[in-house]
Design a protein around this ligand. Structure first.
Ligand code: 13P
Length: 251
């Protein structure tokens, strides 16, 4: 059966000094929780502190972006090899904030996902519709297209290193959470798309997370849905008690 993965996305929050404190406080709270993989995707400058603090715990560390070239004249960018060497196991790719503010496209998402996977990282690929798209009734088409382009050139074997996060843009940082049924419906659409591209068996193995205003109060209902295999959590991942409660809800 597929894995449940609870991942925090700290976005541009927390300094390295605060990172160590946070993980030292979180680790004992979640130490006995082994029904979900636990990941914290931290800013690049926090990675070293996070990896050190998480050493020997059941918390894995992720990054929030990766460049698609192996190396070269790309000022300000970070390669997959650099992430691997720093102890990172996961990387978020194609978050809607990167699509919205930093010119990320479905094509660059695909390139980044492939670079991550080729280096041995697990890519958390984000897809999701805007409110305007939902109101236009094209959620299924948009999410299917984003998924199909993101997975171009990725083999069934490599799919084992992919997590898809369904994050409706209208639910991110707004406090407006998708209902458990809405989340499950779109996660199931994504799984069907993956079944068409690969096989039903491959799709059944794929972890599909929900993200968007997930918190200690709503996590249990969302995570109980058949096609929701975890969460990608922004704001609530910045508080030890809230993040712990979400991990607990996955048990
Ligand atoms: P919030 O949980 O703050 O809505 O953010 C969700 C998100 O974007 C996670 O990647």
């Amino acid at each position: 059966m597929r894995k449940t993965v609870i991942a925090g996305n700290w976005k541009m929050n927390m300094t390295a000094a605060k990172t160590g404190e946070f993980i030292k406080a979180l680790a004992p709270e979640v130490a006995s929780m082994n029904n979900a993989d636990i990941v914290l995707c931290v800013p690049f400058t926090d990675i070293a502190a996070a990896v050190e603090a998480a050493n020997g715990t059941n918390i894995a560390i992720g990054a929030q972006n990766v460049h698609f070239k192996e190396n070269g004249a790309y000022t300000g960018e970070i390669s997959a090899e650099m992430l691997v060497e720093s102890g990172v196991k996961y990387v978020i790719v194609g978050h809607s904030e990167r699509r919205q503010y930093f010119g990320e496209t479905d094509i660059t998402v695909n390139l980044r996902a492939k670079a991550a996977i080729n280096a041995g990282l697990t890519a958390i690929i984000c897809v999701g519709e805007t409110l305007e798209m939902r109101e236009q009734g094209i959620t299924a088409e948009i999410v299917a297209m984003q998924t199909k382009v993101a997975l171009m050139g990725i083999s069934a074997e490599q799919l084992k290193k992919v997590i898809i996060a369904y994050e409706p843009v209208w639910a991110i940082g707004t406090g407006k959470v998708a209902t458990a049924e809405q989340a499950n419906e779109v996660c199931a659409i994504i799984r069907n798309v993956v079944a068409e591209l690969y096989s039903k068996a491959d799709a059944d193995e794929l972890t599909i997370q929900y993200g968007g205003s997930m918190n200690a109060g709503n996590a249990e209902a969302l995570l109980a849905m058949s096609d929701v295999d975890g969460g990608l959590i922004g704001g609530a991942s910045l508080k030890v008690t809230d993040f712990t409660a979400i991990v607990k809800a996955a048990q």
